[in-house]
Design a protein around this ligand. Structure first.
Ligand code: PAF
Length: 281
């Protein structure tokens, strides 16, 4: 396994791959890998000759009172896990390497960053778009795989890639869930056993919403109301938002006519969790 911490070394590594006429897939991560990440890497292996991952806990996407300092990190474990699914190289830069003294350039994707997580986490998607633009410039991947669990993030990256004419192809990969339906996330580690049980309400309300739509309920206010009731009946789970949005524009919908996405964010104790599911009319 190659571990590269320097931007210039990473660019040289990628240049060699392209010079051989071979393709490259990037899986950007913040580390503390779980089965969901490994599935993105396995998907990457089916898409390109080489898979590179990046591990970088990106400070610009964390708000001042968020968990940047306590975000879980374990590079030795991550390296073993990535190797076990055939990753050849990890780009593992330090903060100074990515944001050296005098750094001043940010990517701001408008409109679709305003609602959902963007409303409660100002600046978050500016940080995500900026670091992804940098990673795409440094690693010059043919494709990059992102999980659908971070639905708004995926939409923001797609918008940025289209708007800025980047050559990378963005691949969406389905959310990987635990046996009880909880979406895999590095932040699940923060949950106590009881909070962990309560957190399964997220998947339950999403399935309930899908069933309501299948049964003919297309009025989003009614579906949101039932969702909110079930979440509120669960101890320690506090709603940040429950929205039903257009799959591409992320605009809130009154009625589900064709396809919609239900997106949720809650706090379980101090831990913020998100999830989403497609609803088909
Ligand atoms: O989803 C994540 O882990 C991060 O937001 C990403 C895409 C690696 C950017 O830091």
């Amino acid at each position: 396994m190659d571990v590269i911490t320097d931007v210039h070394d990473m660019k040289a590594y990628v240049r060699e791959i392209h010079a051989m006429g071979e393709t490259l897939c990037l899986v950007p991560t913040m580390g503390y890998l779980h089965e969901g990440h490994l599935d993105l890497m396995r998907r990457g292996r089916t898409l390109a000759d080489h898979v590179i991952i990046s591990i970088f806990v990106n400070p610009t996407q964390f708000g001042p009172h968020e968990d940047l300092d306590t975000y879980p990190r374990d590079f030795a474990r991550d390296e073993k896990l990535a190797e076990s699914v055939g990753v050849e190289c990890i780009f593992f830069p330090g903060v100074q390497e990515m944001y050296p003294q005098g750094y001043a350039t940010y990517v701001n994707v408008e409109q679709i960053t305003e609602g959902l997580c963007g409303a409660g986490r100002p600046g978050h998607f500016r940080g995500v778009a900026t670091v992804c633009a940098k990673l795409f410039n440094i690693c010059d991947p043919d494709c990059a795989v992102f999980g659908e669990k971070d639905y708004q993030q995926l939409a923001v990256i797609r918008r940025m890639v289209d708007d800025l004419n980047m050559r990378v192809q963005i691949i969406a990969h389905p959310t990987v869930r635990e046996a009880d339906g909880l979406a895999m996330s590095s932040r699940n580690k923060y949950l106590s056993p009881e909070q962990r049980r309560n957190a399964t309400v997220l998947n339950r309300v999403l399935i309930q919403a899908q069933e309501l739509v299948k049964a003919g309920e297309h009025d989003t206010a009614a579906i949101r109301q039932k969702t909110i009731e079930l979440i509120r009946s669960t101890p320690e789970v506090v709603i940040d938002y429950v929205e039903i949005v257009h799959p591409e524009t992320l605009a809130c919908l009154d009625m589900i006519e064709d396809q919609a996405v239900m997106a949720l964010a809650v706090k379980v104790g101090p831990t913020r969790l998100i999830d989403n599911m497609t609803l088909e009319a």
